[in-house]
Every structure is written in structure tokens, then in C-alpha cells.
Design a binder for this molecule. Structure first.
Ligand code: 4AD
Length: 505
């Protein structure tokens, strides 16, 4: 039933074929029918388009075939492209022929609501839904633009090993494996190797999977995540912070330039991103961050949050009631969109309830915070909510930071460290520092941290042979995707997330 003379094209390119016959290859996303028409929402991985089958215009066998199409059935469809301003891509396809490749079994993921556990179990299929499709495209852009940024600025990508003999970021989160009767650990960070490479090439970045045995089930933690880690010779903490800012500005600009459509699909409020590329990020010394957290501004913020949420809750309940009244008399197609909106309202109401439970806990945590502690997730949330750009906190107490960080020569108790916290409550997405370049001091730190010195001999060599000031940072990809996409949890930011209790699919 398909015509071999017509070109097979991808949906993303359809606009170049207006008024012509084309063949598309893909899957049925959704189908509605009336007596005389089948409306097939069709996806091919590059986009979606509406295909219209009109009973009067197609041979009976095509009409019959189209009425068999269940969600996710695969097919080749031929037809005429017609400009249509109302459809999302500005084009629709008037079908003339169709070749069914496979009629799908009843698809487990309908367009109705599903619980998150069910969706996670079916992640291999969930990836096909439009929202997940949009998120993965934005993730792809983030990865691409990071490479673009570093390559543009003369950094060399170099890969660090995944099996490592020692910890890089604290011994409590190591995954141990049996490496031919020897212990090996899955890498927590490529940094130590990055430092060796930076001494060979000046500016490098590693980009790979990293592993942390984090048992805590939070919205920010995965056990396997991707991290990009630049390392730069002759760079101090100040310049390090500038590089982190420039990287994020580049990435956000690139996402905004290329993915407006995807941001719209996931309903991201892009006004929150638009100021990122052109504004300097706010910076706070750790001392000032503690003052801010414990000060009246935080209480005022929480009070404002409570009032806003209460108002929003009332408005949402009102909207929900109105929709419930409307739904009884609505046409079928309209009903679907009303149901969708009611689901969104309920999701938001659940989030608001969660905020109401959290606010007193956050307030308590902020009030009882003591100088010298590391910020917890809620503390970071409260700090970042006070600014509309990312926030860089620097000069943390050395006691809560890694062994390799250089100390502030004027205040030994502080490390030349920085964390970059994403706005809107997202919190830390970058951690970095200037590195200790003095052999003796580094040896002391290794001992103080109870680390096996013999396994760090190669690392110490970097301080024996032409040691230089150097710095670097690590940007967590999944947390960055969560922030840029405005997602409540990192589990949707990677194709197959690994978290405590989640190893399949
Ligand atoms: O702050 P971290 O632990 O820093 C390092 O690993 C340094 N060696 C980086 C460097 O200086 N080269 O981790 C860096 C980032 C965090 O800011 C966060 O974005 C991400 O890695 N990250 C995680 N992301 C998801 N799940 C986890 N369990 C993560 N742990 C860290």
C-alpha cells in the first residue's frame, strides 16, 4: 500500500516538503476517530505530526487498516503534507497509503495518569512519551553544549578510569568491587586523574559516569550519575568561579536557543532561565551565607512562601471545581484536555501540601544551623530562593570538605572551595576548589583523613615534579538537567536512573 517513489522523510524536516507526497516511518502516539476521519497523532523520534485519514479519500483497505491502529503500533504512512497553522509543527499529513509494520499489544502506558513506581518499572517504554522525549532532547543539548564550550576554549577531553584503587570524595560512599582478588572502587570523581592530565595538557576536562553509594533517597541523589570535571593549571579559586559561571551561561543560552518547543512541552517557565546568560551570578562567602540563612530574611521568605502557597491552593481548588462542572457537558476531545488539567492541578496541590509539611522543618533547620556545618538540602533551597541567579558560596570550612582542597592562607580553617547552587530551590549542581599543591601539606591531609598513603603516591608525584597552582570543579549533569527543565526529581533526567532500590529496567 505504500508508494516507493515518494521520499521517506523525518517529521522534523516535513516543512521542507509542503504540498508534496512523503512517507513517514514511526509509531502511533494516539488516535481519535469519527465516522469519516481517523486522526492519528504520529511520532517518529524526531517529532510529532497529525495524520488524517479520510474515509472518502482512501481505498477501503487503508481505512480498515487505520481503524486497527492501537497506541504504539508501528507503520509507514504515505500522504500529502499540508500547511496547518493550528498544528504544533505547522504541518499535517493527509494520508493516502499505509503499511502496518506491527500492531502493538495493549500498551501499558496510556495517556491517563500512572503512579511514579509504575512508570519507573516501565521506563523502557515511558521514554517514548512526549514529556520524556522533550527532557532527553534537552539533556542531549546540555551534553553537546558542554563539549562545545570546553572545546571552544581549548580544553582537551581526557577520560579518567572507572575502576580506581582509592576514594576521591570520602570513603563512606564507595562501591567496592572484586578486581582479580584486589579491591577496586567505582570512581566517585575523575578529578585526581584530571589533575595529572592538566599537568600534561594545561586545560582538560573529564566527562563520564561517576558512582556514589548514597543510601539516602532524595530528589537530588543517584547512585550512578554523569559528571563533567574541568581541571586547569595556573588557575585560582577566583578564576575557577568565573569558568563555572561562563560554562552554565553558555549551556543555558544554548538550550534557550535550540529548545523552546521542548521547554514548552514540559511547561518550563522560561522567564526563570532567560536572565541566566547575561547576569553575573551572586557570590557569598560561607560566613555571609550562614548569616543570611539564620537571619530575618529567611523567616520573611518562608512567611511569604506560606502566604503564596495558601493563595495558590485556593485558586487551584476553585479552578478544579469549575472544571469538574464543565466536564459533564464537554465533548470527548475537550474532556481529555480537562482531565489532563485536573491531573496537573492535583500534582501541584500535592506539591503544595508537601511544602506545608516542609516549611516548619526548613525553618527549624535554618535556625539551628551552626557555623562549621555543611549546608543540608533544605538550607541550600532557602539560600537559593533569595536570588534569581545561581549562587556561588565559597570559602567553606575545611572540615566539611575533601582532603585535596587548598586552605585559605589567611584563615587556615577555611578551604578555597566553592559550590554553585542553582536557583528556584534546586541547590548544589557544581562543587569545586583550588587544589593543595604543597607536597607536605597534602601528605598531612591524606593522613588526617585516614586515607591509605601508598595508594596516593602517584597523586603526590604531581606535587614532586613541577607542582603549580591549579583548580577545577565538577558539574553534575542530572541535577543540571533537573534545574534547567524545572523537574522536581532527578529520576527523569537520565534514560535509566540508578538509585537505592532501583536497578531495573
Ligand atoms: O561536590 P562533588 O562531590 O565534587 C567532586 O566530586 C569533585 N571531585 C569535583 C571536582 O572538583 N572535580 O560533586 C560534584 C557534583 C555535585 O555538585 C552534584 O551536581 C553532582 O556532582 N553529584 C551528584 N549528582 C547526583 N547524585 C549524586 N549522588 C551526586 N553527588 C554529586
Amino acid at each position: 500500500m505504500s508508494d516507493s517513489d515518494v521520499p521517506a522523510v523525518r517529521i522534523v524536516d516535513l516543512k521542507e516538503y509542503l504540498g508534496r507526497q512523503v512517507t513517514l516511518q514511526g509509531w502511533v502516539y494516539n488516535r481519535r476517530s469519527s465516522k469519516k476521519h481517523q486522526f492519528v497523532e504520529f511520532r517518529d523520534g524526531s517529532g510529532q505530526v497529525q495524520c488524517i485519514v479520510s474515509k472518502e479519500d482512501v481505498p477501503p483497505e487503508v481505512w480498515d487498516a487505520s481503524s486497527l491502529l492501537k497506541q504504539e503500533s508501528s507503520l509507514r504512512v504515505t500522504g500529502q503534507t499540508v500547511a496547518d497553522d493550528r498544528s504544533p509543527g505547522g504541518v499535517e499529513l493527509h494520508v493516502t497509503g499505509m503499511q502496518i509494520l506491527h500492531i502493538a499489544d495493549d500498551y501499558p502506558i496510556s495517556h491517563k495518569e500512572h503512579g511514579i513506581e509504575f512508570l519507573m518499572e516501565n521506563r523502557h517504554l515511558w521514554l517514548r512519551s512526549q514529556r520524556q522525549w522533550a527532557i532527553m532532547r534537552i539533556r542531549n543539548r546540555i551534553l553537546f553544549s558542554i563539549h562545545e564550550f570546553f572545546q571552544h576554549h581549548g580544553f582537551l577531553q581526557m577520560d579518567a578510569p572507572i575502576f580506581t584503587p582509592n576514594a576521591a570524595e570520602g570513603t563512606t560512599t564507595l562501591f567496592e568491587t572484586d578486581y582479580f582478588d584486589e579491591s577496586a572502587y567505582l570512581t566517585q570523581s575523575g578529578q585526581l586523574y584530571g589533575e595529572a592530565m592538566a599537568m600534561a595538557h594545561g586545560r582538560i576536562y573529564t566527562f563520564g559516569p561517576t558512582f556514589r553509594a548514597e543510601k539516602s533517597q532524595t530528589r537530588r541523589h543517584l547512585t550512578e550519575f554523569w559528571m563533567v570535571e574541568p581541571e586547569m593549571a595556573f588557575v585560582d579559586l577566583e578564576e575557577n568561579m568565573v569558568w563555572a559561571q561562563r560554562l552554565l551561561q553558555w549551556v543555558v543560552r544554548s538550550v534557550l536557543d535550540h529548545h523552546r518547543k521542548e521547554l514548552e512541552i514540559i511547561q518550563r517557565d522560561i522567564s526563570k532561565l532567560e536572565n541566566i546568560p547575561d547576569q553575573s551570578f551572586k557570590r557569598l562567602h560561607y560566613d555571609s551565607a550562614v548569616d543570611l540563612l539564620k537571619g530575618p530574611q529567611t523567616d520573611e521568605l518562608l512567611d511569604r512562601m506560606t502566604t503564596q502557597r495558601e493563595r495558590e491552593q485556593l485558586d487551584l481548588h476553585e479552578e478544579e471545581n469549575a472544571l469538574k462542572e464543565e466536564i459533564g457537558s464537554a465533548k470527548k476531545w475537550k474532556r481529555t484536555s480537562i482531565e489532563q488539567r485536573i491531573r496537573e492541578i492535583n500534582e501541584r496541590l500535592d506539591q503544595i501540601e508537601e511544602d506545608f509539611r516542609n516549611i516548619p522543618v526548613w525553618r527549624e533547620s535554618a535556625h539551628t544551623f551552626e557555623w562549621g556545618e555543611d549546608f543540608g538540602g533544605s538550607d541550600e533551597t532557602l539560600l537559593t530562593m533569595q536570588f534569581d541567579t545561581p549562587l556561588i558560596v565559597h570559602h567553606y570550612p575545611a572540615a566539611v570538605k575533601a582532603f585535596y582542597m587548598k586552605r585559605d592562607p589567611e584563615r587556615e580553617e577555611l578551604a578555597l572551595a566553592m559550590d554553585l547552587l542553582a536557583p528556584e530551590g534546586y541547590g548544589e549542581i557544581v562543587g569545586g576548589s583550588e587544589r593543595e599543591e604543597n607536597l607536605k601539606r597534602l601528605q598531612e591531609r591524606i593522613r588526617e583523613h585516614g586515607l591509605p598513603e601508598d595508594r596516593f603516591e602517584w597523586y603526590l608525584d604531581l606535587r614532586r615534579y613541577g607542582s603549580v597552582p591549579h583548580s577545577g570543579f565538577g558539574l553534575g549533569i542530572e541535577r543540571t538537567v533537573a534545574w534547567i527543565c524545572g523537574l522536581p526529581h532527578v529520576r527523569e533526567t537520565i534514560p535509566f536512573p540508578r538509585m537505592p532500590g532501583r536497578l531495573t529496567p
